[in-house]
Design a binder for this molecule. Structure first.
Ligand SMILES: *Cc1c(COP(=O)(O)O)cnc(C)c1O
Length: 453
């Protein structure tokens, strides 16, 4: 008895088919063959017969195209939170993105002194700038602020006690909890005071022969209000220095320039905290500073020397691209008068309400065309700085609000656009806060909206 002919084309025939030439050129012969095999196996299993070779090849090409797409891609952050941790925090200025791209694409003088022709230090590219911008004696940089705190405590307080106020034992975004970082650093947390009130005598009573340093943690993402007391940096520094130990301050967001200059809420600066007597200050590169993810450490030269000699420093250091981006951002700070135009994070935070509503008004028409059955309007709202900067809900802004049924499905539809749009749902509407949609990108936003049928 002769075997009945297979209802599926052979792999060889599919590979030789003219329609397979383009996918092979794009994805490679081996990947196309493997995917065709998988597609055929699935159809055989499901007993789906009668497919043409073109259909089979197209299906394989779709799978390969999806696999070739880069997973991380630009989105429109219309959440109203400017420094959104889940959306990558600060957008970089073009100077910084270009500096990073150049560094990544070639050999650089990362650790090479061009004048002497000898080995150099990778920190040299940024430490001078950081000293100038903060008034610190010395500076270094690591992977992020969590790494900075870990490294500082390990270098300064391994196996020894560090008193911290109970009001400052914070958690930031799940993975960073001050007590956990402290225990991993090898320092021993000595809790002092209470959640709402900590006094100078609480620290004084905690200091003993086993105390290596005092630490203060900036209260990110929440506020203790009402009957409260905290010891200001200057007073805490005096207590630490009286006991001959350093004061470490984790500033979190740490803006290099006082934001009040642009009408934003006051945030302590590394320069101010150092001037008040802190010996080491740590802060993030991608929060208010507006740069790449990084953890900056500035302070006393003798302590920075110990930190730089610590083996964890090597494990936590920055690569050449991020270092180049950070350097470019720090250079923008040398010209504070133009900073609010040139640094995207600051430009978005200081964007005028009228300018944001103008964007929202321009989107209104195209959005009503895309969703003719939904009520759509421009509404006043408030944006947040994000990344733990306080107070929240301070920036007057404007949103395009979309109502109607099935808001979750609407939001999901916006998330699968070529450049996904992320808004927030509240009060039975989808809010698209237009603060972070700058005029130069309005065309991309409008151009990808669903076409009216
Ligand atoms: C954000 C923050 C951190 C963590 O900084 P990353 O750069 O995200 O690692 C630590 N401490 C404080 C007070 C913060 O606000």
């Amino acid at each position: 008895m002769s075997k009945s002919p297979s209802p599926f084309p052979s792999i060889d025939a599919l590979i030789r088919a003219p329609e397979t030439a383009a996918p092979i050129a794009r994805f490679g012969r081996a990947a196309v063959a493997d995917t065709l095999r998988a597609v055929l196996a699935a159809h055989r299993e499901a007993r789906r017969f009668g497919l043409t070779s073109l259909e089979i090849v197209d299906e394989a090409a779709d799978i390969l195209a999806r696999r070739a797409t880069v997973s991380q891609r630009p989105v429109f952050n219309l959440t109203g939170t400017v420094l959104h941790t889940n959306l990558g925090r600060a957008p970089l200025p073009p100077e910084a993105a270009e500096a990073a791209a150049r560094a990544y694409q070639s050999a650089t003088n990362l650790e090479y002194d061009l004048s002497s022709g000898r080995r150099g230090e990778r920190d040299d590219h940024i430490s001078g700038l950081l000293r100038e911008l903060t008034g610190a004696e010395a500076a270094t940089v690591v992977n992020n602020n969590a790494a900075a705190v870990l490294l500082v405590l390990n270098a300064v307080a391994l196996g020894k006690e560090v008193p911290v106020s109970r009001g400052e034992l914070i958690e930031i975004g799940g993975a960073f909890r001050v007590p956990d970082i402290m225990s991993r650093s090898g320092a021993i947390l000595r809790e002092v005071g209470t959640t709402n009130r900590t006094h100078p005598r609480d620290y004084q009573n905690a200091i003993g022969p086993e105390t290596a340093a005092l630490m203060r943690v900036h209260q990110a993402n929440y506020a203790i209000v009402g009957f409260t007391a905290a010891v200001p940096t200057a007073q805490l520094a005096a207590i630490a220095h009286g006991a001959n130990i350093p004061l470490i301050e984790d500033l979190g967001s740490g803006s290099l320039i006082d934001l009040e200059r642009w009408g934003l809420p006051h945030e302590p600066t590394p320069r101010g905290v150092l001037a008040d007597g802190a010996d080491i200050v740590t802060f993030s590169g991608d929060k208010l500073l507006g740069g790449p993810q990084a953890g900056l450490i500035v302070g006393r030269a003798d302590l920075l020397k110990r930190i730089n000699a610590n083996p964890l420093k090597r494990a936590l250091r920055l690569d050449k691209g991020r270092l180049a981006a950070l350097e470019a951002v720090l250079r923008l700070y040398l010209d504070p008068d133009r900073l609010a135009q040139r640094l995207p994070a600051l430009r978005l935070l200081t964007r005028a309400e009228a300018d944001i509503s103008a964007t929202a008004e321009r989107l209104l028409g195209p959005m009503r065309l895309a969703w003719p059955d939904r009520p759509i309007s421009v509404e006043a709202c408030r944006s947040q700085i994000g990344s733990g900067a306080l107070p929240v809900d301070v920036l007057p802004s404007a949103a395009v609000c979309v109502g109607g049924k099935g808001l979750d499905a609407l939001a999901a539809g916006l998330r699968v656009l070529p450049r996904p749009v992320i808004g927030r749902i509240g009060q039975d509407r989808l809010w698209l806060d237009c603060r972070c949609l700058e005029p130069a990108e309005e065309g991309i936003f409008v151009g990808q909206l669903p076409k009216p049928v």
